[in-house]
Structure formats: structure tokens, C-alpha cells
Design a protein around this ligand. Structure first.
Ligand SMILES: O=C(O)C(=O)C[C@]1(C(=O)O)C=C[C@@H](O)C=C1
Length: 395
């Protein structure tokens, strides 16, 4: 193929891509109009039945024009997730008009390019107001910034699907009056980032955050003679490597973050597990109201009386009220050896009957209980339809 023939085709692809973007923006605009109707008529944001119908029809139409069901399904899961999250953000903003700020000052770990930075950008892109990022060196500093009103929000990683809970963040929650007002799930894709033209066999030193090393332990075990240096944040690792400009050093971080430092990826997908996600919480000085049309989560912290079965009794209260627990984490209480705080995430809204009833019962059987926050749930489980279902369906 001649260069000019290639250019012609690429030109058409570029045009089509721009057209796709315009259509997606138009679709997003329409879903915001749907959200307005849902606010006016108190209709839940999520309508799984509608999503099923939509996917079945699209899979069928896709097959007729040569697009495989897997591709169509993946594509529209992303589109619908975006739609649901934007609608939820709109409803939450309407329910808390006083909380809207022209400038959102947000404290997070690290600097430009860290996973927390990317998560911060993503979360606030769906919300009104400008964003001012305040990079910090520790979780304690992040929390203090909000407590001292030097920041309005903090974005904190709380758990990772490969390496588990982030204890330091739970320990910060034990001592603060701040409230959890949001969460977000962000994919963590680790790549090996370098500043110059080089290859994997030349790398002698590797910089990354300790959590990152844990998540990539299988890759590191295969590396052999490479010195591994831990550093306080992913962005510091990237900055270090970009300043050194050497062909024998590399950082582990996201490709998107590395790009901000002029780094490029020579190897990707380094995490032990392919599906590697982190859940971040967003905290603020005041709690928010979550509209009942939006799926909500509530995080509680309790300490139980010291007697056998006390935790089981507390969990039974949730079961009695048909409340689904999504997470249970225990942390030691500082100064009280062998005693523990339990952090419990449940699906439900504090304004709603079942959660209120459960809280009332829990108050009677626990030594200490506090609601750390109620916030819109961003764990959007994708609607599944079998391709066979789509093909046999007449709709
Ligand atoms: O049709 C709706 O009710 C919408 O909110 C739109 C939409 C979509 O993006 O297609 C999004 C969320 C619902 O779960 C179903 C469909």
C-alpha cells in the first residue's frame, strides 16, 4: 500500500473516530436529560431491565453487521457505566446544593501522575466546579489538610483487589471527624516506565511504591538481578526516573501517569492479577445526603463488648434487616491491646428504614458505633446478557 493510500484510509478513520466521539457526547447529554426526568418523578437511576433490552438488541444488530457479541457487550458496559455514574453524580449534586463549590481543593497522595491523582481527576470530572489538586506526602497529611480546611476533600485509597486493605487509611479514619462522601473504583494497570530508549534486560534499578511491589511480586520474582527501591509514591518514582535520564533505571506506574513525565512503557500488565482495581474513598468535613433513587453504601465503625459471639450478634442484626455487607475489616485500637475496631461497609442508605433499624439495634449491643458516611455506590455491576439470548430474542 502506498503512503498516500494509507493516509487516505487513516483520514477516514480519524473522521469516523471524531464522529463516534460526537455521538457519545450526544448520548451522554440525553442521559443527563433522563436524569432530570428521574429527579422530577423519583425514579431510580438504574433500570437493569432497560439495560438488558438495550444490550440484547445491540448484540443482535452488531452481529448482523459483523461485530462480535463480546466486543459490543464490552463497549456498551463502558457506555452504560459512564451514563449511570454521571446520572448519580447529578442526582447527588441536586440533593446537596449547599455543598457545590466553584473550586474543589482536593488533597491526595503523591503528585501529578500518581494513581490517586488519576482517581481524583476521574471523580471530579463528573462533578461541577474547578479542581485544585493538592499533592501530599502521607495519609496523615491528607486528612489534616481537610480537617484544617486547607482542602475541601481528600481522596484516599482504601483497598486494592490484589494487595487488600490499606491499613494506614483505616487507622486515619479511627481518629477523624471527617465523613466519607463518595467512593470510586479505579483500574490499576502497572507498566514499566523508562525515560530513554532501552530494554528490559538493561534495567538494573527499579523504583516503586511498596504497595505496587506487592501487587507485582510475580513479575519481580522473575526479574533476577534488579535492585528494587521503594519510594513514597508512584509519582516520586516517575519523577526520579525522568530526572535521571538513564537507560538502566525504571519506575512502575500507570502509562497515563508516566506520560506526564515524558516516560514511556516498555512492558505492561505487570500486576499478579489481570483485574487489578483500587477502591478510593472521598472524605469531607460534612456528610452528604444520598437521594434514595441512587444505590448507596454506608460505612460504620463499631467496637463490640468483649464476649464470645459479640461480632456475630452484630452481623446477625444486618441479616435480620436484609442488609448486604460488602466489606468487613478489623483494626487494632491504639492503646488497647487485643481490642479491635470493625469497619463495616453495607449496601443501603442511612435515611432508609432497614439501615435505621439496624443502627438502632446495633447501638444496643455494641460498645461504640459511628457512621463514617453514607455515599453513592460506584460499584456498578455490569448487566449480563447471554449472546445466545440476544440471537434468539425477537425484540
Ligand atoms: O434509560 C434510562 O433510564 C437511562 O437512565 C439510560 C441508561 C443508558 O445509558 O442507556 C442508563 C441507566 C439505566 O440503567 C438504563 C439505561
Amino acid at each position: 500500500m502506498t503512503q498516500s493510500a494509507l493516509d487516505t484510509i487513516r483520514h477516514r478513520i480519524t473522521e469516523l473516530d471524531s464522529h463516534l466521539l460526537q455521538l457519545l457526547a450526544e448520548r451522554r447529554q440525553l442521559t443527563q436529560e433522563v436524569a432530570e426526568t428521574k429527579i422530577a418523578h423519583h425514579i431510580p437511576v438504574r433500570d437493569v431491565k432497560r439495560e438488558e433490552q438495550l444490550l440484547v438488541r445491540l448484540i443482535k444488530e452488531g452481529q448482523q453487521i459483523g461485530l462480535d457479541p463480546h466486543y459490543v457487550t464490552q463497549l456498551f458496559h463502558v457506555v452504560i457505566e459512564d451514563s449511570v455514574l454521571n446520572q448519580q453524580a447529578l442526582l447527588a449534586a441536586r440533593a446537596n446544593p449547599g455543598a457545590a463549590l466553584p473550586l474543589n481543593r482536593v488533597a491526595f497522595l503523591g503528585d501529578k501522575g500518581s494513581y490517586s491523582y488519576l482517581a481524583t481527576q476521574k471523580y471530579f470530572s463528573r462533578r461541577p466546579g474547578e479542581l485544585l489538586e493538592i499533592g501530599c506526602q502521607s495519609f496523615a497529611e491528607i486528612v489534616q489538610k481537610v480537617e484544617h480546611a486547607e482542602a475541601d476533600y481528600a481522596v484516599l485509597p482504601i483497598e486494592n483487589s490484589t494487595s487488600g486493605s490499606i491499613n494506614e487509611v483505616y487507622d486515619q479514619l479511627q481518629h477523624t471527624e471527617l465523613s466519607i462522601i463518595g467512593e470510586l473504583i479505579h483500574p490499576i494497570r502497572h507498566s514499566l516506565l523508562v525515560a530513554t530508549q532501552t530494554s528490559l534486560d538493561k534495567i538494573k534499578t527499579l523504583y516503586a511504591h511498596p504497595q505496587v511491589f506487592t501487587q507485582c511480586s510475580h513479575f519481580l520474582a522473575e526479574l533476577g538481578n534488579v535492585e528494587v527501591k521503594t519510594i513514597d509514591s508512584t509519582s516520586s518514582a516517575m519523577l526520579m526516573v525522568s530526572e535521571m535520564q538513564r537507560d538502566d533505571v525504571a519506575a512502575i506506574g500507570s502509562e497515563a501517569g508516566g506520560g506526564l513525565y515524558g516516560l514511556s512503557a516498555i512492558k505492561s500488565n505487570l500486576a499478579n492479577q489481570k483485574e487489578n482495581h483500587s477502591r478510593f474513598i472521598v472524605v469531607a468535613r460534612a456528610p452528604v445526603v444520598v437521594p434514595l433513587q441512587v444505590p448507596a453504601k454506608t460505612t460504620l465503625v463499631i467496637s463490640t463488648v468483649q464476649q464470645p459471639g459479640a461480632l456475630v450478634d452484630a452481623l446477625l442484626v444486618l441479616r435480620e434487616n436484609k442488609i448486604n455487607m460488602t466489606k468487613l475489616e478489623s483494626r487494632p485500637i491504639h492503646g488497647n491491646p487485643w481490642e479491635e475496631m470493625f469497619y463495616i461497609d453495607v449496601q443501603g442508605n442511612v435515611q432508609d428504614g432497614p439501615v435505621q433499624k439496624a443502627l438502632e439495634s446495633l447501638r444496643g449491643i455494641t460498645r461504640y458505633i459511628k457512621v463514617l458516611g453514607c455515599y453513592p455506590s460506584e460499584e456498578i455491576s455490569p448487566t449480563k446478557v447471554a449472546a445466545a439470548n440476544a440471537l434468539t430474542s425477537s425484540s
